[in-house]
Design a protein around this ligand. Structure first.
Ligand code: ATP
Ligand code: MG
Length: 262
C-alpha cells in the first residue's frame, strides 16, 4: 500500500499563553492508502482536533502534514478547500443535515457548491442514497427519518462524489447498536471498495471493527497497532491468555506496537 498521509511532530495549541491547551502535542503518524483506521481516545483527548487537521479544516500550530505527497501545512484557505473537495468526505457526529431539505437535496447540496451540473448531481446523489439503503427515503426530510437513517443520509452526502478518503467523527455516537452495526458495515464496504476510512470514536468496541487502532491521550499517541481478528477471537475463547488483552491494550507511551503476529 502506498503512503497517503504523513504527519510529523504536529502540535495544536489553543489560547497560547497562560491558559494554553495543547490539544495535539507532537503527533507523528502515517496512514497508507486503503487503510481502515480507528482513532480512539477519551473526551478531550484531541480526536476532533486531529480530525480537523487530517481533513484540512484547520491548520496546526507547528509540525508538518503531507497528504498524497503534497505539503499542506502552509497552504492557503483556498488551496485547503480545493483539497477537501477533491479528496475528503466528512461524516460528522451531529449529521449536519438541513431540516428543510429532503434527503436527496441534502446529498446534492455540496455538489451544487462544487459546480456539478444538475443531471449528474441528481444521479450521483441517488446512487449514493441507494448505496446506503435509502432508496425509499429520498424525498423524506430529516425530521421524517430515524437517527440511523439520518446518519446514512450524511454518509451518502460524504460519498456522493466518491472521495478517496472518508473521515468520520463519532458516526455512531447517537445510534442504537443495530443502527451502529449498519453504519459500520457501510464504512467497511467503502473500505473494501478501495477507500481510506478514518473512524474517530471514544468507544473501544466500535474501534475494534477497524483494522488498525490509534489510541490518543492528552494530544499524544499512546498506542498504534494493527488489530488481528484471529488473535482477538482467540482471546475471547481462551480467557486463559492474559498477556494478550486486545480490549485493554497494555499502556506503552510513545511506543508503536504492532500485534500482527502476536
Ligand atoms: N477552539 C478551541 N479553543 C480552546 N480549546 C479547545 C478548542 N477546541 C478544543 N479545545 C480543547 O482541546 C482539547 C481537545 O479537544 P477535542 O475536541 O479535540 O477533543 P475530543 O477528543 O474530540 O473530545 P470529544 O470526545 O469530547 O469530542 C480539549 O481539552 C478541548 O477543551
Ligand atoms: Mg470530538
Amino acid at each position: 500500500m502506498s503512503q497517503l498521509i504523513e504527519i510529523r511532530d504536529m502540535c495544536k495549541i489553543y489560547n497560547p499563553g497562560e491558559n494554553e491547551v495543547r490539544a495535539l502535542d507532537g503527533i507523528t503518524l502515517s496512514i497508507d492508502n486503503n487503510e481502515f483506521v480507528a482513532i480512539i481516545g477519551q473526551s478531550g483527548s484531541g480526536k476532533s482536533t486531529l480530525m480537523n487537521m487530517l481533513g484540512c479544516l484547520d491548520v496546526p500550530t507547528s509540525g508538518q502534514y503531507i497528504l498524497n505527497g503534497e505539503d499542506v501545512s502552509g497552504m492557503s484557505d483556498d488551496e485547503l478547500s480545493d483539497i477537501r473537495n477533491r479528496e475528503i468526505g466528512f461524516i460528522f457526529q451531529g449529521f449536519n443535515l438541513i431540516a428543510t431539505l429532503t434527503a436527496l437535496e441534502n446529498v446534492e447540496l455540496p455538489l451544487i457548491y462544487r459546480g456539478v451540473p444538475g443531471k449528474e448531481r441528481g444521479e450521483l446523489s441517488e446512487t449514493a442514497l441507494i448505496k446506503v439503503g435509502l432508496e425509499n427515503r429520498m424525498e423524506h426530510k430529516p425530521s421524517e427519518m430515524s437517527g440511523g437513517q439520518q446518519q446514512r443520509v450524511a454518509i451518502a452526502r460524504a460519498i456522493a462524489q466518491a472521495p478517496p478518503i472518508i473521515l468520520a467523527d463519532e458516526p455512531t455516537g447517537n445510534l442504537d447498536s443495530a443502527s451502529s452495526a449498519e453504519i459500520l458495515n457501510i464504512l467497511r464496504q467503502l473500505h473494501a471498495e478501495g477507500r481510506t476510512v478514518i473512524l474517530i470514536t471514544h468507544d473501544n468496541e466500535i474501534a475494534q471493527k477497524a483494522d488498525r487502532i490509534i489510541k490518543i491521550r492528552d494530544g499524544r499517541i499512546e498506542q498504534d497497532y494493527i488489530r488481528n481478528a484471529a488473535v482477538q477471537e482467540a482471546v475471547v475463547q481462551e480467557a486463559a491468555v492474559p498477556e494478550i488483552n486486545i480490549q485493554q491494550p497494555i499502556f506503552e507511551e510513545n511506543v508503536n506496537t504492532q500485534e500482527i503476529n502476536a
